[in-house]
Design a binder for this molecule. Sequence first.
Ligand SMILES: [Zn+2]
Length: 381
Amino acid sequence: MTKRAYKYRFYPTTEQAELLARTFGCVRFVYNSVLRWRADAFHQCQEKIGYAQASTRLTALKQDPELAFLSEVSSVPLQQCLRHQQTAFKNFFEGRAKYPVFKSRKRRQSIELTLSAFKYVDGQLYMAKSKAPLAIRWSRPLPGEPSTLTISKDSTGRYFVSCLCEFEPSKLPVTPNMIGIDLGLKDLFITDQGERVGNPRHTAKYATSLALAQRRLSKKKLGSANRAKARIKVAKLHAKISDCRQDNLHKLSRRLINDNQVICLESLKVKNMIRNPTLSKAIADVGWGEFVRQLAYKAAWAGRSLVAIDPWFPSTKRCSDCGHTLSSLPLSVRAWDCPKCGATHDRDINAATNIKAAGLAVLALGENVRGMGPVSVSCSR
Ligand SMILES: [Zn+2]
């Protein structure tokens, strides 16, 4: 059994919106004040504070008569936010993330509710301390009783509930198809069959309206109601861009998974490439990292194999017919002839063909493939 989140939009009543606003506020307050306390302890006496101590600190905060408002909301999300903070610190100390930052009122707000803080009765969800069920737009059926709810409000003011449920992935029927894909910027990816999937460049499409909205926002007086309205306009454009990108990536990754048993791609060092200032915007916009993440979990659920080959493998410069490797191939050269065997190659299709061959070799031989360096194989079955 795996767990899977099912996310829905919902429309709170005035009373629910008010309760949520108070809960978001309390969670933010607890998170930030405990974070400040931990940071002080760390800087002043090099003391590392664990979850148990943070939790004791929460109890102390709640006993402070000036902070009585903390007892007016469910205690579960307050506790849960400290668990998340613990994970954030763990990621920081193990070198995976930056130092935890304070939560801001202006950004996405979220709370996590465990079983004692909500009810699921007759297909309806109820939050603790609220009588009415959540008015959820059930875009797909919920398969069972959720174990955890995450309620969030994004920066444009939309409310979502994400329900974590047990889920039995159903394997797709085995297909003989195997594919190699080369991720790119002009096209999101190119397959070894020669199919080019264009890059919709969502950010570029909305760049002008975004610039206008941002300019208008910058001219509004700080703290004014008009500034708040202008801020929402900017946030809505950002949300639109991100929704479009996500929708497109989900459709494409679903199609690749449905049609192919094995998908081979290059494991890109996206983080390093994003540091390249001339390309960073385009790379962030195309969403390679998210695309690979979607392929990985969908492959695992469907019983497909996703093979990521090492980015140092010379997929572009190598002739896919005879294996001859060129010493260099400038980015501007889109097609070339192999000096050894004379084959004519399209740059990207040749790369995708090489990626496929390398990936299949990895699958067949395991990890020690000569000349290809370290290889990561993820989610293969
Ligand atoms: Zn050749």
